[in-house]
Design a protein around this ligand. Structure first.
Ligand code: 5AD
Ligand code: SF4
Length: 461
């Protein structure tokens, strides 16, 4: 006999950009599941397809436009396609005009309304919803997590800095923090769900302040949650590393020995034009304070090449600051002008020619990779604790991470995903390691909690 109940509508969400978007997608799934939708892991034949987008650089948006075109072929006659996230916020109704098969455009503060908006869209209506809601933290939404072993926890939304290249203050609005107690409650739930690592997310996460508690309080409170073994956070701003925050980082055993500290440039003049609000010397001093407090600290960073007016000397300053800090790794970007940002109003003659940007970019990549390689070679033979995250892309090895954010490929059975292993680093490509287990340190969830789960399907990121 066939089941008389209608099948629930299905939803597929494809996520681009940063971890904040991944966390938002998990909340969108949560909201939609609570309203009777069933998540699926492919767009083919889904009733609803949402593309959660990034606007940080032009190529991020170009990719989405291309992908939106491609998605047409997966649509049934009644499929609803929606665009969410930063590009949705930036373009609003312009996206509806540009892509006729898109019927919904929703910015980062509008996801609570998704079920209602989708009802309308399924009746043939087209909407753009891009109002900011400064109270919105999706507190009552249960995130539907797809990452197997760690949880993304947004603790702050928006940004109050105004770096002159950056679209984020426009797309995500002003900074606001969740209440510490709400964050802790979510972390406790994460432990009950069998996860032992959390990553606290915010645009300038260490400026977190909920009116009563600062980021130091938050690190201590999250670190004190029974069953949490690893706490990470991203991304901090150098100016918000108070002594209190550094002390909390040093003193809370679960806070990992890694800081991703966006530098952007090593030239004080450039940093000024970028409105980063620190000098080269301030940045280096911040690094030194962190290193003095946290032995074995790994440092990674973000760097932009070809910002308006960048001279050869200024670029050399970026290279020399990289050498002085000796980063473990870096995300490096060619400057991409974003409509409406102050950088686009700088004199046209400040534009750095494409071929100069390309040459500088290649030199920067070679410098950073060379240092990373040297640092990694020096680690060979070390024994370190890793958390096994997933099956590696080639399918033969498992991918694991050390506390200091090194990727280690380990030959082990997939059943060990979610376990902490002690491994000896036996090889390196220069960027990642291979390691052999020396013995099992412990399984996940050391103090109660359920056993580690198999990873759920992950939407494309
Ligand atoms: N062009 C290039 N890179 C950018 N970033 C932010 N805005 C731009 C832009 N307009 C980089 C910064 C930031 C990272 C998330 O993206 O390095 O730290
Ligand atoms: Fe953008 Fe600067 Fe805010 Fe980071 S701190 S999100 S780079 S404006």
């Amino acid at each position: 006999m066939s089941d008389p109940r209608p099948a629930p509508p299905t939803v597929y969400i494809e996520t681009y950009g940063c971890q904040m978007n991944v966390a938002d997608s998990e909340r969108m799934y949560g909201t939609l599941v609570a309203h009777g939708y069933a998540p699926v892991d492919a767009p083919d034949g889904a009733d609803v397809i949402l593309v959660n987008t990034c606007a940080i650089r032009e190529n991020a948006e170009t990719r989405v436009i291309g992908r939106l075109g491609e998605l047409r072929r997966f649509m049934k006659p009644d499929t609803v396609v929606g665009v969410t996230g930063c590009m949705a916020q930036r373009l609003g109704p312009r996206l509806l005009d540009q892509a006729r098969h898109v019927s919904l455009v929703v910015g980062p503060d509008g996801y609570r309304a998704l079920p209602a908006l989708l009802d309308g869209a399924r009746r043939g209506e087209r909407f753009s919803a891009t109002d900011f809601d400064l109270e919105e933290h999706y507190e009552d939404v249960v995130a539907r997590r797809f990452e197997g072993v760690k949880a993304w926890i947004p603790v702050q939304r928006g940004c109050n800095y105004r770096c002159t290249y950056c679209i984020v203050p426009t797309t995500r609005g002003p900074e606001r923090s969740r209440k510490l107690a709400d964050v802790v409650r979510e972390v406790e739930q994460v432990v009950r769900d069998g996860l032992t690592e959390v990553v606290l997310l915010g645009q300038t996460v260490n400026s977190y302040h909920d009116g009563t508690h600062d980021f130091a309080d938050l690190l201590r409170a999250v670190g004190a949650v029974d069953g949490i073994r690893r706490v990470r956070y991203t991304s901090p701003h150098p100016n918000d590393f108070s002594d209190r925050v550094i002390a909390a980082m040093a003193e809370v055993p679960s806070v990992c020995e890694h800081v991703h500290l966006p530098m952007q440039s090593g030239s004080t003049g450039m940093l000024k034009r970028m409105l980063r609000r620190y000098t080269r010397e301030d940045y280096l001093a911040c690094v030194e304070r962190l290193r003095a407090a946290i032995p074995g600290l790994a440092l990674t960073t973000d760097i932009i090449v070809g910002f308006p007016g960048e001279t050869d000397e200024e670029f050399e300053d970026t290279l020399s600051l990289c050498r002085a800090v000796r980063f473990d790794d870096a995300f490096m970007f060619k400057f991409s002008p974003r409509e409406g940002t102050p950088a686009t109003r700088m004199p046209a003659e400040w534009t750095v020619p494409d071929e100069v940007v390309a040459a500088r970019f290649d030199r920067l990549v070679a410098t950073v990779r060379g240092m990373a390689r040297e640092g990694n070679l020096a680690r060979l033979g070390d024994v370190t604790e890793v958390l096994v995250e997933k099956v590696a892309r080639d399918g033969a090895l498992l991918q694991a991470r050390s506390r200091d954010f090194k990727t280690v490929m380990v030959p082990a059975d997939a059943a060990r995903i979610g376990e902490y292993l002690s491994v000896r680093l036996t090889g390196t490509t220069g960027a990642t390691f291979t390691g052999l287990p020396v013995d099992t340190v412990a399984t996940a969830a050391p103090s109660g909690g359920s056993p580690p789960r198999a990873p759920l399907p992950v939407a494309a990121i």
